[in-house]
Design a protein around this ligand. Structure first.
Ligand code: NDP
Ligand code: 2IT
Length: 448
Protein backbone atom coordinates (compact mmCIF):
# COMPACT_ATOMS: atom_id res chain seq x y z
CA UNK A 1 0.00 0.00 0.00
CA UNK A 2 1.43 3.37 -0.98
CA UNK A 3 1.69 6.25 1.46
CA UNK A 4 -1.15 8.10 -0.26
CA UNK A 5 -3.51 5.14 -0.18
CA UNK A 6 -2.65 4.57 3.47
CA UNK A 7 -3.42 8.20 4.26
CA UNK A 8 -6.72 8.03 2.39
CA UNK A 9 -7.69 4.74 4.08
CA UNK A 10 -6.95 6.29 7.49
CA UNK A 11 -9.00 9.37 6.64
CA UNK A 12 -11.90 7.19 5.49
CA UNK A 13 -11.84 5.29 8.76
CA UNK A 14 -11.93 8.56 10.69
CA UNK A 15 -14.86 9.83 8.62
CA UNK A 16 -16.78 6.57 8.99
CA UNK A 17 -16.51 6.94 12.76
CA UNK A 18 -17.45 10.63 12.64
CA UNK A 19 -20.47 10.38 10.34
CA UNK A 20 -21.56 6.80 10.96
CA UNK A 21 -25.21 7.88 10.80
CA UNK A 22 -24.88 9.42 7.32
CA UNK A 23 -24.80 6.45 4.90
CA UNK A 24 -25.28 8.38 1.63
CA UNK A 25 -22.54 10.85 2.51
CA UNK A 26 -20.17 8.01 3.44
CA UNK A 27 -21.05 6.26 0.18
CA UNK A 28 -20.13 9.35 -1.84
CA UNK A 29 -16.81 9.54 0.04
CA UNK A 30 -16.12 5.85 -0.47
CA UNK A 31 -16.65 6.25 -4.20
CA UNK A 32 -14.54 9.40 -4.40
CA UNK A 33 -11.58 9.15 -2.04
CA UNK A 34 -9.82 5.97 -3.27
CA UNK A 35 -10.15 7.16 -6.87
CA UNK A 36 -8.00 10.27 -6.33
CA UNK A 37 -5.06 8.30 -4.92
CA UNK A 38 -3.19 8.16 -8.27
CA UNK A 39 -3.33 11.97 -8.40
CA UNK A 40 -2.18 12.35 -4.79
CA UNK A 41 0.84 10.13 -5.54
CA UNK A 42 1.91 12.80 -8.03
CA UNK A 43 1.03 15.69 -5.71
CA UNK A 44 2.16 14.93 -2.18
CA UNK A 45 1.70 18.60 -1.23
CA UNK A 46 -2.08 18.10 -1.00
CA UNK A 47 -1.76 15.41 1.63
CA UNK A 48 0.97 17.36 3.45
CA UNK A 49 -1.39 20.35 3.70
CA UNK A 50 -4.30 18.05 4.65
CA UNK A 51 -6.40 19.46 1.78
CA UNK A 52 -8.52 16.32 1.43
CA UNK A 53 -9.69 16.37 5.04
CA UNK A 54 -10.53 20.04 4.69
CA UNK A 55 -12.45 19.39 1.51
CA UNK A 56 -14.75 16.72 2.94
CA UNK A 57 -15.94 19.12 5.63
CA UNK A 58 -18.69 21.50 4.46
CA UNK A 59 -17.77 25.16 4.94
CA UNK A 60 -21.14 25.86 6.56
CA UNK A 61 -24.43 24.02 7.25
CA UNK A 62 -27.66 25.84 8.02
CA UNK A 63 -30.71 24.09 9.44
CA UNK A 64 -33.99 25.81 10.14
CA UNK A 65 -37.65 25.36 11.01
CA UNK A 66 -40.27 25.76 8.30
CA UNK A 67 -43.77 26.28 9.71
CA UNK A 68 -46.69 26.38 7.27
CA UNK A 69 -50.43 26.12 7.29
CA UNK A 70 -52.28 23.42 5.34
CA UNK A 71 -55.61 23.94 3.58
CA UNK A 72 -57.50 22.73 6.65
CA UNK A 73 -55.90 25.47 8.74
CA UNK A 74 -53.60 23.09 10.65
CA UNK A 75 -50.05 24.24 11.40
CA UNK A 76 -47.41 21.93 10.03
CA UNK A 77 -43.66 22.01 10.46
CA UNK A 78 -40.78 20.73 8.35
CA UNK A 79 -37.00 20.96 8.42
CA UNK A 80 -35.15 23.21 6.01
CA UNK A 81 -31.44 22.97 5.19
CA UNK A 82 -28.70 24.57 3.15
CA UNK A 83 -25.31 22.89 2.97
CA UNK A 84 -22.71 25.41 1.75
CA UNK A 85 -19.98 22.97 0.85
CA UNK A 86 -17.21 24.78 -0.95
CA UNK A 87 -16.91 28.30 -2.36
CA UNK A 88 -13.27 28.57 -3.46
CA UNK A 89 -14.07 28.89 -7.16
CA UNK A 90 -17.34 30.84 -6.91
CA UNK A 91 -20.59 31.31 -4.99
CA UNK A 92 -22.17 28.14 -3.60
CA UNK A 93 -24.36 26.72 -6.35
CA UNK A 94 -26.70 23.76 -6.33
CA UNK A 95 -30.32 22.74 -6.15
CA UNK A 96 -33.01 22.52 -3.51
CA UNK A 97 -34.73 19.17 -3.01
CA UNK A 98 -38.18 18.78 -1.46
CA UNK A 99 -38.69 15.10 -0.64
CA UNK A 100 -39.60 13.25 2.57
CA UNK A 101 -36.23 11.43 2.56
CA UNK A 102 -34.21 14.67 2.73
CA UNK A 103 -31.81 14.80 5.66
CA UNK A 104 -28.23 15.90 6.26
CA UNK A 105 -26.75 12.68 4.89
CA UNK A 106 -28.53 13.14 1.55
CA UNK A 107 -27.74 16.85 1.33
CA UNK A 108 -24.07 16.38 2.29
CA UNK A 109 -23.65 13.70 -0.39
CA UNK A 110 -25.32 15.94 -2.95
CA UNK A 111 -23.34 19.02 -1.86
CA UNK A 112 -20.06 17.12 -1.95
CA UNK A 113 -20.73 15.80 -5.46
CA UNK A 114 -21.84 19.25 -6.57
CA UNK A 115 -18.43 20.74 -5.72
CA UNK A 116 -16.66 18.51 -8.25
CA UNK A 117 -19.46 18.62 -10.82
CA UNK A 118 -19.38 22.41 -10.81
CA UNK A 119 -15.59 22.37 -11.01
CA UNK A 120 -15.83 20.15 -14.12
CA UNK A 121 -18.09 22.67 -15.91
CA UNK A 122 -15.16 25.11 -16.04
CA UNK A 123 -17.50 27.87 -14.81
CA UNK A 124 -16.99 29.97 -11.65
CA UNK A 125 -19.41 28.19 -9.30
CA UNK A 126 -18.81 26.60 -5.91
CA UNK A 127 -20.88 23.73 -4.55
CA UNK A 128 -23.92 23.60 -2.27
CA UNK A 129 -27.25 21.86 -1.85
CA UNK A 130 -30.36 22.36 0.23
CA UNK A 131 -33.96 21.46 0.65
CA UNK A 132 -36.52 20.09 3.02
CA UNK A 133 -38.18 16.88 4.15
CA UNK A 134 -41.45 18.44 2.95
CA UNK A 135 -43.43 16.04 0.72
CA UNK A 136 -45.00 17.94 -2.20
CA UNK A 137 -47.07 14.91 -3.26
CA UNK A 138 -50.79 15.47 -2.83
CA UNK A 139 -50.35 19.09 -1.72
CA UNK A 140 -52.52 21.81 -3.26
CA UNK A 141 -50.98 24.67 -5.17
CA UNK A 142 -51.75 27.00 -2.25
CA UNK A 143 -50.00 24.68 0.19
CA UNK A 144 -46.94 24.53 -2.04
CA UNK A 145 -46.94 28.34 -2.22
CA UNK A 146 -47.24 28.82 1.53
CA UNK A 147 -44.51 26.28 2.15
CA UNK A 148 -42.13 27.97 -0.33
CA UNK A 149 -42.86 31.38 1.18
CA UNK A 150 -42.06 30.14 4.67
CA UNK A 151 -38.93 28.31 3.48
CA UNK A 152 -37.58 31.46 1.82
CA UNK A 153 -38.51 33.66 4.78
CA UNK A 154 -35.64 31.93 6.57
CA UNK A 155 -33.34 31.03 3.66
CA UNK A 156 -33.13 34.58 2.23
CA UNK A 157 -30.65 35.73 4.86
CA UNK A 158 -28.16 33.02 3.88
CA UNK A 159 -28.14 33.41 0.07
CA UNK A 160 -27.35 36.07 -2.55
CA UNK A 161 -26.15 36.41 -6.16
CA UNK A 162 -22.48 36.45 -5.07
CA UNK A 163 -22.90 34.23 -2.03
CA UNK A 164 -25.15 31.24 -2.71
CA UNK A 165 -27.46 30.64 -5.66
CA UNK A 166 -29.99 27.79 -5.23
CA UNK A 167 -31.97 26.14 -8.06
CA UNK A 168 -34.28 23.16 -8.50
CA UNK A 169 -33.84 19.44 -7.88
CA UNK A 170 -36.32 16.66 -7.00
CA UNK A 171 -39.68 18.23 -6.09
CA UNK A 172 -38.53 21.75 -6.97
CA UNK A 173 -39.27 22.95 -10.51
CA UNK A 174 -40.37 26.17 -12.19
CA UNK A 175 -43.46 26.61 -10.02
CA UNK A 176 -41.55 26.36 -6.74
CA UNK A 177 -38.69 28.59 -7.96
CA UNK A 178 -41.33 31.21 -8.84
CA UNK A 179 -42.81 31.20 -5.31
CA UNK A 180 -39.34 31.18 -3.74
CA UNK A 181 -38.16 34.06 -5.91
CA UNK A 182 -41.29 36.12 -5.24
CA UNK A 183 -40.68 35.88 -1.51
CA UNK A 184 -36.99 36.75 -1.84
CA UNK A 185 -37.89 39.79 -3.95
CA UNK A 186 -40.33 41.07 -1.33
CA UNK A 187 -37.70 40.76 1.36
CA UNK A 188 -34.59 41.92 -0.48
CA UNK A 189 -35.64 43.52 -3.78
CA UNK A 190 -35.35 42.19 -7.32
CA UNK A 191 -32.03 40.42 -7.66
CA UNK A 192 -32.55 37.93 -10.46
CA UNK A 193 -29.15 36.27 -9.90
CA UNK A 194 -30.14 34.83 -6.51
CA UNK A 195 -31.91 31.76 -7.94
CA UNK A 196 -31.73 29.90 -11.24
CA UNK A 197 -34.42 28.00 -13.08
CA UNK A 198 -36.60 31.11 -13.05
CA UNK A 199 -39.45 31.76 -15.49
CA UNK A 200 -38.42 33.30 -18.81
CA UNK A 201 -40.33 36.51 -18.06
CA UNK A 202 -38.40 37.35 -14.91
CA UNK A 203 -34.77 36.49 -15.57
CA UNK A 204 -34.83 32.80 -16.49
CA UNK A 205 -32.65 31.38 -19.26
CA UNK A 206 -33.79 29.57 -22.35
CA UNK A 207 -32.67 25.89 -22.27
CA UNK A 208 -32.46 25.74 -18.42
CA UNK A 209 -35.58 23.55 -18.25
CA UNK A 210 -34.15 21.15 -20.82
CA UNK A 211 -30.50 21.46 -19.79
CA UNK A 212 -29.87 18.43 -17.56
CA UNK A 213 -31.63 15.95 -19.85
CA UNK A 214 -30.21 17.44 -23.03
CA UNK A 215 -26.74 17.70 -21.47
CA UNK A 216 -26.83 14.03 -20.48
CA UNK A 217 -27.65 13.02 -24.05
CA UNK A 218 -24.98 15.37 -25.44
CA UNK A 219 -22.41 13.75 -23.13
CA UNK A 220 -23.32 10.26 -24.36
CA UNK A 221 -23.46 11.54 -27.95
CA UNK A 222 -19.83 12.70 -27.71
CA UNK A 223 -18.84 9.35 -26.24
CA UNK A 224 -20.64 7.48 -29.05
CA UNK A 225 -19.07 9.75 -31.66
CA UNK A 226 -15.63 8.74 -30.48
CA UNK A 227 -16.61 5.14 -31.17
CA UNK A 228 -17.91 6.16 -34.64
CA UNK A 229 -21.43 5.55 -33.38
CA UNK A 230 -24.62 7.52 -32.63
CA UNK A 231 -28.05 7.27 -30.98
CA UNK A 232 -29.65 6.38 -34.33
CA UNK A 233 -31.52 3.08 -33.96
CA UNK A 234 -30.48 2.53 -30.33
CA UNK A 235 -32.90 1.20 -27.72
CA UNK A 236 -32.75 3.29 -24.57
CA UNK A 237 -34.04 2.65 -21.06
CA UNK A 238 -34.85 5.73 -18.98
CA UNK A 239 -35.93 5.86 -15.33
CA UNK A 240 -37.88 8.71 -13.77
CA UNK A 241 -40.49 10.89 -15.42
CA UNK A 242 -39.52 14.27 -14.02
CA UNK A 243 -37.51 17.16 -15.38
CA UNK A 244 -34.32 15.26 -16.21
CA UNK A 245 -36.04 12.18 -17.65
CA UNK A 246 -38.46 14.09 -19.89
CA UNK A 247 -35.80 16.14 -21.65
CA UNK A 248 -33.40 13.21 -21.93
CA UNK A 249 -36.19 11.29 -23.68
CA UNK A 250 -36.87 14.24 -25.97
CA UNK A 251 -33.25 14.54 -27.11
CA UNK A 252 -32.76 10.78 -27.58
CA UNK A 253 -35.87 10.71 -29.78
CA UNK A 254 -34.63 13.71 -31.75
CA UNK A 255 -31.38 11.78 -32.37
CA UNK A 256 -33.27 8.75 -33.69
CA UNK A 257 -33.09 6.52 -30.61
CA UNK A 258 -36.08 4.63 -29.19
CA UNK A 259 -36.85 5.11 -25.49
CA UNK A 260 -38.98 2.22 -24.26
CA UNK A 261 -39.29 2.93 -20.51
CA UNK A 262 -39.90 5.62 -17.91
CA UNK A 263 -40.90 5.38 -14.26
CA UNK A 264 -42.10 7.04 -11.09
CA UNK A 265 -41.71 5.96 -7.49
CA UNK A 266 -44.59 3.47 -7.77
CA UNK A 267 -43.90 1.69 -11.03
CA UNK A 268 -42.81 1.84 -14.63
CA UNK A 269 -44.04 1.94 -18.19
CA UNK A 270 -42.75 -0.29 -20.97
CA UNK A 271 -43.79 1.07 -24.34
CA UNK A 272 -42.15 -1.00 -27.06
CA UNK A 273 -43.32 1.44 -29.74
CA UNK A 274 -41.40 4.21 -28.00
CA UNK A 275 -42.55 6.60 -25.25
CA UNK A 276 -45.22 9.08 -26.39
CA UNK A 277 -43.50 12.22 -25.12
CA UNK A 278 -46.43 14.60 -25.67
CA UNK A 279 -48.62 12.32 -23.55
CA UNK A 280 -45.95 11.96 -20.85
CA UNK A 281 -45.48 15.74 -20.66
CA UNK A 282 -49.23 16.33 -20.43
CA UNK A 283 -49.54 13.83 -17.55
CA UNK A 284 -46.46 14.94 -15.64
CA UNK A 285 -45.91 18.62 -16.39
CA UNK A 286 -49.50 19.82 -16.83
CA UNK A 287 -51.73 17.47 -14.84
CA UNK A 288 -49.11 16.32 -12.28
CA UNK A 289 -50.60 12.80 -12.31
CA UNK A 290 -49.15 9.32 -11.75
CA UNK A 291 -47.74 7.16 -14.56
CA UNK A 292 -50.70 4.77 -14.36
CA UNK A 293 -52.55 7.48 -16.36
CA UNK A 294 -50.09 6.95 -19.25
CA UNK A 295 -51.11 3.32 -19.57
CA UNK A 296 -54.81 4.23 -19.41
CA UNK A 297 -54.35 6.67 -22.29
CA UNK A 298 -52.15 4.30 -24.30
CA UNK A 299 -53.38 0.73 -23.84
CA UNK A 300 -50.60 -0.83 -25.93
CA UNK A 301 -48.10 0.25 -23.26
CA UNK A 302 -47.58 -1.92 -20.17
CA UNK A 303 -47.45 -0.71 -16.57
CA UNK A 304 -45.61 -2.66 -13.86
CA UNK A 305 -45.27 -1.99 -10.15
CA UNK A 306 -41.76 -1.75 -8.72
CA UNK A 307 -38.37 -0.76 -10.08
CA UNK A 308 -37.86 -0.13 -13.80
CA UNK A 309 -34.44 -1.78 -13.42
CA UNK A 310 -36.18 -5.15 -13.06
CA UNK A 311 -37.24 -4.82 -16.69
CA UNK A 312 -35.82 -7.53 -18.97
CA UNK A 313 -35.52 -6.45 -22.57
CA UNK A 314 -32.74 -5.81 -25.07
CA UNK A 315 -31.26 -2.41 -24.22
CA UNK A 316 -28.29 -0.53 -25.69
CA UNK A 317 -28.14 2.48 -23.38
CA UNK A 318 -29.50 3.00 -19.86
CA UNK A 319 -30.12 6.50 -18.49
CA UNK A 320 -31.07 6.51 -14.78
CA UNK A 321 -32.81 9.86 -14.17
CA UNK A 322 -34.75 9.36 -10.91
CA UNK A 323 -32.82 9.22 -7.64
CA UNK A 324 -29.85 7.91 -5.63
CA UNK A 325 -29.20 4.17 -5.36
CA UNK A 326 -31.96 3.18 -7.78
CA UNK A 327 -29.63 0.63 -9.45
CA UNK A 328 -28.40 -2.04 -7.06
CA UNK A 329 -26.24 -5.13 -7.59
CA UNK A 330 -29.16 -7.27 -8.80
CA UNK A 331 -30.21 -4.58 -11.25
CA UNK A 332 -26.62 -4.45 -12.52
CA UNK A 333 -26.87 -8.18 -13.31
CA UNK A 334 -30.10 -7.56 -15.24
CA UNK A 335 -28.53 -4.66 -17.16
CA UNK A 336 -25.60 -6.86 -18.11
CA UNK A 337 -27.97 -9.66 -19.21
CA UNK A 338 -30.00 -7.09 -21.21
CA UNK A 339 -26.88 -6.32 -23.23
CA UNK A 340 -26.46 -2.70 -22.11
CA UNK A 341 -23.31 -1.04 -23.50
CA UNK A 342 -23.47 2.40 -21.86
CA UNK A 343 -24.89 3.74 -18.61
CA UNK A 344 -25.26 7.52 -18.40
CA UNK A 345 -26.29 8.95 -15.05
CA UNK A 346 -28.81 11.79 -15.22
CA UNK A 347 -29.56 11.40 -11.52
CA UNK A 348 -27.03 11.96 -8.73
CA UNK A 349 -25.42 8.71 -7.49
CA UNK A 350 -28.17 6.48 -8.92
CA UNK A 351 -25.88 3.43 -8.89
CA UNK A 352 -24.68 1.73 -5.70
CA UNK A 353 -20.96 1.22 -5.33
CA UNK A 354 -21.08 -2.55 -5.81
CA UNK A 355 -23.29 -2.11 -8.87
CA UNK A 356 -20.75 0.35 -10.37
CA UNK A 357 -17.98 -2.18 -9.82
CA UNK A 358 -20.00 -4.93 -11.54
CA UNK A 359 -20.86 -2.67 -14.44
CA UNK A 360 -17.28 -1.58 -14.98
CA UNK A 361 -16.01 -5.16 -14.68
CA UNK A 362 -18.46 -6.14 -17.45
CA UNK A 363 -16.86 -3.51 -19.74
CA UNK A 364 -19.99 -1.40 -19.84
CA UNK A 365 -19.06 2.26 -20.25
CA UNK A 366 -20.12 4.03 -17.09
CA UNK A 367 -20.72 7.81 -17.24
CA UNK A 368 -20.85 9.14 -13.65
CA UNK A 369 -23.51 11.69 -12.70
CA UNK A 370 -21.12 14.39 -11.64
CA UNK A 371 -19.92 14.57 -15.24
CA UNK A 372 -22.92 13.41 -17.28
CA UNK A 373 -25.60 15.49 -15.50
CA UNK A 374 -23.53 18.68 -15.19
CA UNK A 375 -25.48 20.33 -18.02
CA UNK A 376 -28.18 21.58 -15.65
CA UNK A 377 -25.86 23.48 -13.38
CA UNK A 378 -23.78 24.64 -16.35
CA UNK A 379 -26.82 26.37 -17.87
CA UNK A 380 -27.65 27.70 -14.39
CA UNK A 381 -24.25 29.42 -14.48
CA UNK A 382 -25.16 30.82 -17.91
CA UNK A 383 -28.43 32.08 -16.40
CA UNK A 384 -26.36 33.87 -13.73
CA UNK A 385 -24.18 35.40 -16.45
CA UNK A 386 -27.26 36.67 -18.31
CA UNK A 387 -28.68 38.09 -15.07
CA UNK A 388 -25.43 39.99 -14.43
CA UNK A 389 -25.59 41.41 -17.96
CA UNK A 390 -29.36 42.04 -17.69
CA UNK A 391 -29.67 40.42 -21.10
CA UNK A 392 -31.23 37.24 -22.54
CA UNK A 393 -29.34 34.98 -24.89
CA UNK A 394 -31.03 33.04 -27.69
CA UNK A 395 -32.00 29.36 -27.41
CA UNK A 396 -29.38 28.43 -30.02
CA UNK A 397 -26.59 30.27 -28.23
CA UNK A 398 -27.27 28.66 -24.83
CA UNK A 399 -27.87 25.23 -26.38
CA UNK A 400 -24.62 25.41 -28.31
CA UNK A 401 -22.68 26.39 -25.18
CA UNK A 402 -24.30 23.47 -23.34
CA UNK A 403 -23.29 21.01 -26.06
CA UNK A 404 -19.76 22.41 -26.08
CA UNK A 405 -19.52 22.22 -22.29
CA UNK A 406 -20.59 18.56 -22.29
CA UNK A 407 -18.04 17.80 -25.04
CA UNK A 408 -15.31 19.42 -22.95
CA UNK A 409 -16.35 17.60 -19.76
CA UNK A 410 -16.32 14.27 -21.60
CA UNK A 411 -12.88 14.98 -23.06
CA UNK A 412 -11.51 16.10 -19.68
CA UNK A 413 -12.77 12.94 -17.93
CA UNK A 414 -11.41 10.68 -20.65
CA UNK A 415 -8.00 12.31 -20.90
CA UNK A 416 -7.57 12.56 -17.13
CA UNK A 417 -8.41 8.86 -16.77
CA UNK A 418 -5.81 8.01 -19.41
CA UNK A 419 -3.18 10.22 -17.81
CA UNK A 420 -3.55 8.37 -14.51
CA UNK A 421 -3.51 4.92 -16.13
CA UNK A 422 -7.23 4.27 -15.81
CA UNK A 423 -8.12 4.26 -19.50
CA UNK A 424 -11.91 4.41 -20.15
CA UNK A 425 -12.63 4.82 -16.43
CA UNK A 426 -14.67 8.03 -16.63
CA UNK A 427 -15.40 7.94 -12.90
CA UNK A 428 -11.73 8.16 -11.96
CA UNK A 429 -11.24 10.80 -14.67
CA UNK A 430 -14.14 12.92 -13.39
CA UNK A 431 -13.09 12.67 -9.76
CA UNK A 432 -9.44 13.53 -10.38
CA UNK A 433 -10.19 16.39 -12.78
CA UNK A 434 -12.85 17.84 -10.46
CA UNK A 435 -10.60 17.48 -7.42
CA UNK A 436 -7.42 18.84 -9.04
CA UNK A 437 -8.89 22.28 -9.65
CA UNK A 438 -10.48 22.68 -6.22
CA UNK A 439 -7.34 21.48 -4.44
CA UNK A 440 -5.13 23.86 -6.41
CA UNK A 441 -7.36 26.84 -5.63
CA UNK A 442 -7.67 25.94 -1.95
CA UNK A 443 -3.90 25.94 -1.73
CA UNK A 444 -3.64 29.22 -3.67
CA UNK A 445 -6.15 30.90 -1.37
CA UNK A 446 -4.33 29.85 1.77
CA UNK A 447 -6.67 27.30 3.32
CA UNK A 448 -9.27 29.83 4.41
P1 NDP B 1 -38.22 15.57 -10.49
O1 NDP B 1 -38.79 15.83 -9.16
O2 NDP B 1 -38.62 16.42 -11.64
O3 NDP B 1 -38.43 14.06 -10.93
C1 NDP B 1 -37.97 13.02 -10.14
C2 NDP B 1 -38.42 11.72 -10.76
O4 NDP B 1 -37.77 10.65 -10.08
C3 NDP B 1 -39.91 11.47 -10.62
O5 NDP B 1 -40.35 10.70 -11.70
C4 NDP B 1 -39.98 10.71 -9.31
O6 NDP B 1 -41.15 9.91 -9.16
C5 NDP B 1 -38.75 9.83 -9.42
N1 NDP B 1 -38.29 9.48 -8.07
C6 NDP B 1 -37.98 10.34 -7.07
N2 NDP B 1 -37.65 9.67 -5.96
C7 NDP B 1 -37.76 8.37 -6.28
C8 NDP B 1 -37.56 7.18 -5.55
N3 NDP B 1 -37.18 7.21 -4.26
N4 NDP B 1 -37.76 6.00 -6.20
C9 NDP B 1 -38.16 5.97 -7.49
N5 NDP B 1 -38.37 7.08 -8.23
C10 NDP B 1 -38.18 8.25 -7.63
O7 NDP B 1 -36.62 15.67 -10.28
P2 NDP B 1 -35.46 15.85 -11.38
O8 NDP B 1 -35.85 15.23 -12.65
O9 NDP B 1 -35.07 17.28 -11.34
O10 NDP B 1 -34.27 15.03 -10.70
C11 NDP B 1 -34.01 13.67 -10.98
C12 NDP B 1 -32.58 13.34 -10.58
O11 NDP B 1 -31.68 14.16 -11.36
C13 NDP B 1 -32.21 13.60 -9.13
O12 NDP B 1 -31.25 12.64 -8.73
C14 NDP B 1 -31.54 14.97 -9.18
O13 NDP B 1 -30.67 15.16 -8.10
C15 NDP B 1 -30.79 14.85 -10.49
N6 NDP B 1 -30.40 16.10 -11.13
C16 NDP B 1 -31.32 17.08 -11.39
C17 NDP B 1 -30.92 18.23 -12.04
C18 NDP B 1 -31.90 19.29 -12.42
O14 NDP B 1 -31.47 20.25 -13.08
N7 NDP B 1 -33.16 19.19 -12.10
C19 NDP B 1 -29.51 18.47 -12.39
C20 NDP B 1 -28.65 17.34 -12.13
C21 NDP B 1 -29.10 16.23 -11.50
P3 NDP B 1 -42.32 10.42 -8.17
O15 NDP B 1 -42.99 11.53 -8.91
O16 NDP B 1 -43.18 9.22 -7.97
O17 NDP B 1 -41.66 10.88 -6.91
O1 2IT C 1 -27.80 18.35 -9.09
C1 2IT C 1 -27.74 19.39 -9.77
O2 2IT C 1 -26.74 19.67 -10.43
C2 2IT C 1 -28.93 20.27 -9.79
N1 2IT C 1 -29.93 19.93 -9.17
C3 2IT C 1 -28.88 21.58 -10.52
C4 2IT C 1 -28.20 22.63 -9.70
C5 2IT C 1 -28.25 24.02 -10.26
O3 2IT C 1 -27.78 24.91 -9.52
O4 2IT C 1 -28.71 24.26 -11.37
Amino acid sequence: MSQSSQAIAALQEKLIAKDAHQPEFLQALEEFLPSIVPFLEDHPEYLEKNIVELMVEAERIIQFRVPWQDDQGNWQVNRGFRVQFNSVIGPYKGGLRFHPTVDLSILKFLGFEQVFKNSLTGLPIGGGKGGSDFDPKGKSDSEIMRFCQSFMTELYRHIGPSLDVPAGDIGVGGREIGYLYGTYRRLRGAEAGVLTGKGLDYGGSLVRTEATGYGLVYFVKHLLKEHQDSFEGKTVQVSGSGNVAIYAIQKVQEYGGKVITCSDSNGYIVDEAGIDLALLKEIKEVKRQRLTEYQKARPQAQYFEGSVWNCRSNIDIALPCATQNEINEDHADILIANGVKIIGEGANMPTTLTAVKKIQAADIIYCPGKAANAGGVAVSALEMAQNSQRLNWSFEEVDQQLDQTMATIYKTCKETAEKYSHKDDLLTGANIAGFAKIAKVMLAQGLV
